[in-house]
Design a protein around this ligand. Structure first.
Ligand code: AMP
Ligand code: MG
Length: 480
């Protein structure tokens, strides 16, 4: 069985100042922990070959596959509002690109592959195994929920330990993405006033993600629209990204960089899980606003390309960013109309959704189970004082019944509201078991998360339960 990956690399053809070439740093005793066979096949890679010694060597960075041109990408970024002119792949390497079975170009990247020219001083360029498994679980769950996201092809245990709070087992994740272009990639060249590189990068992004775009303004508008749609979908899933830095905002509109992200159990708009987000900058209900800020940074990078006259260019950029609030509102309205089982949107529907969320926040109702419960009449059980919910429910029933058969409404509700999301306590529990050598809980969890809208059976029912007090995970970590 020989491993063949049909590499077709375009990023490596860009000028040398876009990246630093280097091979991954080998690991001691690689062992395959998770493999996404369906995704491998979609990418035109034989999953059996990935499971062979040769495949595992490639997935761990111990061998460079034929046609792979490993490189660390350069980027900058605003992290928690502070600008770093040089970030870049400090613990990741782009192995190359393949065309998938639908003809889409996809990046194959190793995360945790060792030090690079961009590694933070004193950092090891590695990843602990736990966060690699966590990214696999959560990114694949996001995909099954229909939310644009990078994917996870494999997790390998390195047989080495990494030092974080104490020694932890090391891991390497293979990440698949439409691209790894970030707002921070544009910032890298904008801050250097490298207009030629900015132009090349914009053209590259257009060819890759928005072939219908005719120039940088179309690119800007398209990225704004995709990101507005993405953040609305996060809101609809109760998802908190946790580190919405500009280096973690993808031009493709995919969710990227699963660190301290989390799904909420009980709804509260100000929820924060990330241990490093001390001021709630990236709290659940701040995400759309932070994204506006990030997109303004993107727009300002493109200013030199938008018009020869700077004042005119700035006005064009501001106009594009000015469209964002209405786009988010529209996407949010569409997401929540679907969650309420509505086939079309009318005036007052947004208010109906907002009123439900207010009630949920006041009574700390479970986000996932309340919405899912609308389909079978069990939503009221999520409220300690059901009276205000009952009042809301009767108004909602009137609205939703207009011109729609009850079975059609219930089907729509079940298609928009998952029964199963990767709840923190279940993810943490599965990872602990994996670290102790038992992969069964991780496999069970991943399998259930593949069909989040199906009605749970007895085997998966426990995954729908919010945490008991002693199971609650109050903080999540970057795992870098
Ligand atoms: P992230 O938190 O993944 O968005 O990373 C922010 C920056 O820190 C990026 O430039 C990373 O490459 C770098 N970084 C994160 N973790 C490590 C690590 N373990 N070793 C070296 N650099 C790292
Ligand atoms: Mg990052």
């Amino acid at each position: 069985m020989t491993l063949q990956i049909p590499f077709d690399n375009s990023y490596a053809r860009l000028p040398e100042r876009f990246y630093v070439r280097q091979p991954p740093v080998p690991v001691a005793r690689p062992e395959l922990v998770l493999l996404n066979r369906v995704l491998a096949t979609d990418l035109g890679i034989d999953p059996a070959a990935l499971q062979s010694d040769e495949g595992i060597a490639v997935l761990s960075g111990n061998a460079v596959a034929m046609g792979s041109e490993p490189l660390a990408q350069a980027y900058s970024g605003h992290q928690f509002g502070g600008f770093s002119p040089v970030l870049g792949d400090g613990r990741a390497l782009l192995l190359g690109e393949v065309m998938d079975r639908r003809g889409r170009r996809r990046d194959i990247q190793l995360k945790g592959s060792g030090r690079t020219a961009f590694s933070r001083p004193g950092s090891d360029g590695r990843s602990p195994l736990g966060p690699a498994i966590r990214e696999f679980i959560v990114s694949e769950a996001m995909h099954a929920l229909g939310i644009p996201t990078t994917r996870s092809l494999a997790v390998v245990a390195t047989g080495e330990s990494v030092r974080r709070n104490g020694p932890e087992p090391g891991g390497v994740l293979t990440r698949i993405a439409a691209s790894h272009l970030r707002i921070g990639t544009f910032q890298f060249f904008a801050v250097r006033q490298d207009i030629e590189a900015l132009r090349l990068l914009a053209d590259f992004a257009i060819v890759r993600h928005f072939p219908e775009a005719e120039g940088p303004l179309d690119l800007l508008n398209a990225v704004i629209a995709r990101q507005a749609d993405l953040v609305a979908r996060w809101m609809g899933a109760g998802f908190i990204h946790g580190v919405m830095n500009t280096d973690n905002t993808a031009i493709s509109g995919e969710t990227i960089d699963y660190g301290p992200c989390a799904f909420m159990d009980e709804y509260h708009p100000q929820t924060v899980f990330s241990s490093i987000d001390r001021h709630g900058r990236y709290a659940f209900d701040r995400q759309a606003g932070v994204l506006a800020w990030n997109l303004a940074q993107f727009a300002s990078c493109l200013v030199p390309l938008l018009d020869r006259d700077t004042d005119t260019a700035v006005r064009i950029a501001q106009g594009a960013v000015g469209a964002y609030p209405a786009l988010v509102e529209r996407s949010w309205g569409a997401v929540f109309a679907a969650k309420l089982g509505l086939a079309e949107i009318r005036g007052g529907d947004d208010t109906l959704a907002v009123e439900l969320l207010d009630l949920m926040a006041r009574q700390q109702a479970d986000f996932t189970n309340t919405f899912r419960g609308l389909a079978d009449g069990s939503a009221g059980a999520q409220f300690t004082d059901p009276a205000p919910f009952d009042t809301w429910e009767s108004r909602w029933r009137q609205r939703v019944a207009q011109g729609a058969a009850p079975e059609a409404v219930a089907a729509r509700l079940r298609a928009a509201n998952p029964a199963i999301v990767p709840r923190n306590h279940r993810v943490a529990e599965a990872i602990s078991a994996a670290e102790a050598g038992d992969l069964a809980p991780v496999h069970r969890l991943i399998a259930a998360l593949r069909t989040p809208f199906a009605s749970p059976d007895t085997a998966t029912h426990a995954l729908t339960k919010p945490p008991a007090d002693d199971e609650r995970v109050r903080q999540t970590f970057c795992g870098t």
